[in-house]
Every structure is written in C-alpha cells, then in structure tokens.
Design a protein around this ligand. Sequence first.
Ligand code: BG6
Length: 295
Amino acid sequence: MSNPTIDQLNQRFDLGGLARFEEGRGGLTRLVIAAPGVTGEVYLHGAHVTHWQPEGFAPVLWVSARSFYESSKPIRGGVPICFPWFGAKVDDPAAPAHGLARTRAWDVSAVHRTADGEIVVELHAIILDFAVTYTVTFGPTLTMTLHVQNRARQPRAFEAALHTYLTVGDAREVQIRGLAGTPFIDKTDSAKRKVQGAEPIMFSGETDRLYLGTTAACVLDDPVLMRRITVEKSGSNSTVVWNPWIAKSATMADFGDDEWPGMCCIETANAADNAVTLASTADCTMTAAVRVERR
Ligand code: BG6
C-alpha cells in the first residue's frame, strides 16, 4: 500500500481520538496528536514534526506563517530532516539544499501508545542507498530518532540533521549553553574555523555555526517566555546554531521579514568533519530529545 488514503491510515493505526490522520495544510496528510498532557503534529511530507506542546507551555516548535505546504518544498519550521547531506551537496551544488528527506513522502509504519501514555509514530523511507526509519515520541519530552541503514554493497557516507526550530520570546534575549570551548565553522564568515569562548551563545546578528565534535546537550534560556529548553542528543557529533537575522530573512520567500526574533535553531547533526560512513548493511541511530521547563 504505497499511497494509503486518510481513511485507510486511520483504520490501520486506530488510536481513537488520541492520534488521527487528516488533511493538513496544502492538502498534505498529517497526523494530529491530542493526548493527555501533550499535543503534536507530524506531516508525512518530509516526516516534518510541526508541533509539540506539553501541557502548561506555549508551543515549543516554531513554524513560519509564510511556510510553503507543497510536496516539492520543505516546510519552514518544526523539525525538517536534513539527509543524506547537510547544506549544499559538496559534489553537486545544484542539488537541493539539505538533501532529499525533507521533500520525500514518508510511509507510516507504526503509531502506538506507550504504557506511560506517550504517542509513538514511526515513519519510513528509502533514500538513495539508505533505509531510513524515523521514530518520534510525543510526550513530556519530544524524542526523535533517525535510524539509517546502508543498503548498498559498498560503504556509503552521509550527513544528517534534525533541524529543530524553537520558538523563543526574543532571539536577542536568549542564551544557549553547552558549547563552550567547542570548535565551529562560521558560515557567516567565509566558513572560517573558530572556537567558542566560555560565554554562552547570544544572538546579535546573523548566526550560522556548525559546531564540531560535540555530544553535549544544549540549554536555551528564554527570559521572555520564562522557560528553559534542553536539546539532548545521542549518536550526534555536530550541533548547528542558526538565526538568519534581518537581511537573510528578507531573502527567503518562506520566512516573514519580521519573524526572525521569534525563533532560533539548535540542530542535532552529523555534518562536515562528522559525516558518517556506514559499511554495507551497517546501521546507526541519531537521537534528539527536547524538554521544556519553567525558569
Ligand atoms: C541551517 C544552515 O541549518 O539551515 C543554514 O546552517 C541555512 O546555512 C539554514 O541557511 C536554512 O536552510 P534552508 O535550506 O532550509 O533555507
């Protein structure tokens, strides 16, 4: 069943009102989760998680009001999956930025409820030589696990990122901790290699940094929304921190000119020096876990 209808999906993965497939924006199919303690949403297009909101908090993920909802374009916000390359493809600059996963129609392989009442969604896609399974758990923590297996007869390399857009009260006021002393590639400064100082990251201009060789959790302190967001990870050695600021926002058709203060990205990744090579049939996983607490 390659393209099941919404009715077929609801019959096959019946969780009553807790998780229902419906026609989302642009006619794209999404799964809407409304379980005790948490609401969420994931589109089959790109396996984009576009909403996660534990009870008692404002929505944690940011989505642009100007996002496209079209099968040929990524959604601007939530958690796009960058795979099997990050940014421009090194040997083919004309290839789509951030890979093929975010514009792929993913299949649903499971939807279930855990004993703790969390809703787990499993999506699957074959992308080039890789079999990719993406498991998302909607609960007090949002847990996203990307499992990749190399189906080629030869070793294959890939990059990946869970490109997590976070809603913030004011990007100029937030502080991000967890990357002190970490080397990074500064994409806003001719890809120069630099090292983060001891101070937390604060945004005061366009920021586009690929931190390398880091497995640390990042903690985003938001004094305006009075909350702290933690992005913890495993199987990931890179972290990307991004805010486009004023000029770059103005160049993006799917990003409102005034939206940049309301978001920033902390991306769980394996990119550049941290690209992964898998032997034939070998597999690996990368997980990002997002939590929110009152400050
Ligand atoms: C970030 C990159 O991960 O994604 C940036 O580091 C890029 O360089 C940003 O601008 C958004 O990318 P895109 O392709 O979604 O516009």
